[in-house]
Design a protein around this ligand. Structure first.
Ligand code: KDG
Ligand code: MG
Length: 403
């Protein structure tokens, strides 16, 4: 089999997505997600100008060699743009291999390790009563795990609080990022009250998660983890900015609240020391941003040695292709923890028809050969790229902060 064409398509059915479609001389094609929120066109150019021409004529079955060629062969390694591009290629190649074999992708990885993939939904509200209502809705829908985020009194906008229902979308349309004001003091004062209210109303019979989104210093994160211990979180996510990995040691010295980190990581080298030193409990790297399944499974195998489990990023800015591929990975990976799941809009789902389905708190990838997600190119062509950026955060005195 030979690759005959590699097309890069940027489409905006509600939000921007970068899709790679690889065609072969045998008529089998594969699709991969290369979306990098707010930097979509950089990935599209990397793929179009620097990767697609190199794929023509290669055997799509040589997934490992193509991965090594693009990731190790290249002098300028790693980084989110490079790795999201490689992620798109790798996902499309796994799709082709599984379709050619007539098997769902999880079978090629080693088969099912579980019946379904436990997912967590996003319950959020502008205040505690609204967030409680949202938690209740997820529990009514059968979710076994819920992430709770709430607006903080005195702050106009906070990470994790949706503008619409069910479809949390942090990127804001426009030519420049929206600026938001952050106060650690107000947040730390408020957060334990939210989780006290959630456990008080709904009890302990479901998993509860929370994302700090890189806002705290190490000692503040330690204080938060300690103050949330009575509410037994499944995880506290990204308590501090990921660059300072030493910070996690300090947090660990003070709290047994489990830590999840890694949605912004793009290489096994970003994960290695954290995993080897057992500084996290869940590793969050996603199929697209970690250079595809080929590297993600290496990360997972390293993590397995240290009883660190997976908890792949699954926000709406990762396309349904990434979600489909992640679900095959999740169904197989022995040290699976949980999968993030935010509904895509109907507009998005129409462009990416998919075999995966939800039932009683679990997602199932389906048994369609490949990763089970397709791409409607004609429909996609109707939605032009529309610039949108993640917000930025400043402290109340104007100091730039981590968003
Ligand atoms: O593109 C960034 C979003 O995916 C991110 O802000 C969402 O933190 C996030 C999460 O946990 O889903
Ligand atoms: Mg997060």
């Amino acid at each position: 089999m030979k690759i005959t064409e590699a097309k890069v398509i940027v489409t905006c059915p509600g939000r921007n997505f970068v899709t790679l479609k690889i065609m072969t001389d045998e008529g089998v094609y594969g699709i991969g997600d290369g979306t990098l929120n707010g930097r979509e066109l950089a990935v599209a150019s990397y793929l179009k100008d620097h990767v697609a021409p190199l794929l023509i004529g290669r055997d799509p079955h040589q997934i490992e060699d193509i991965w090594q060629y693009l990731a190790k062969g290249v002098y300028w390694r790693r980084g989110p743009v490079t790795m999201a591009s490689i992620g798109a290629v790798d996902t499309a190649l796994w799709d082709i291999k599984a379709k050619a074999a007539g098997l769902p992708l999880y079978q090629l990885l080693g088969g099912k390790s579980r019946a379904g993939v436990m997912v967590y939904g996003h319950a959020n509200g502008r205040d505690i009563p609204e967030t409680l209502d949202a938690v209740g809705e997820y529990l009514d829908k059968g979710y076994k795990a819920v992430r709770a985020q709430s607006g903080v009194p005195g702050l106009d906008a906070v990470y994790g609080v949706a503008r619409g229902k069910m479809f949390y979308e942090p990127a804001v349309k426009g030519a420049a990022p929206e600026e938001q004001i952050w106060s650690t003091e107000k947040y730390l004062e408020f957060a334990p009250k939210l989780f006290d209210a959630v456990r008080e109303k709904f009890g302990f019979d479901f998993h509860l998660l929370h994302d700090v989104h890189h806002r705290l210093t190490p000692i503040e994160a330690a204080r938060l983890g300690k103050s949330l211990e009575p509410y037994r979180l499944f995880w506290l996510e990204d308590p501090t900015p990921a660059e300072n990995q030493e910070a996690l040691k300090l947090i660990r010295q003070h709290t047994v609240t489990p830590i999840a980190i890694g949605e912004v990581f793009n290489s096994i080298h970003d994960c290695r020391e954290i995993i080897e030193n057992q500084l996290c409990d869940y590793i969050r790297t996603a199929v697209v941003h970690s250079g595809g399944i080929t590297q993600l499974r290496k990360i997972a195998m390293l993590a397995e040695l240290y009883q660190v489990r997976t908890g792949c990023h699954g926000a709406t800015d990762l396309s349904p292709i990434c979600m489909g591929a992640a679900l095959h990975f999740d169904l197989w990976v022995p040290n699976f923890g949980i999968q993030e799941y935010m509904h895509h809009t109907e507009e998005t789902d129409a462009v990416f028809p998919h075999a995966y389905s939800f039932g009683d708190g679990y997602l199932y990838p389906g048994d369609t050969p490949g990763h089970g997600v397709d791409f409607d190119e004609k429909l996609a062509a109707k939605y032009e790229y529309d610039p949108a950026y993640l917000p930025v955060a400043r402290l109340e005195d104007g100091t730039m902060w981590s968003w």
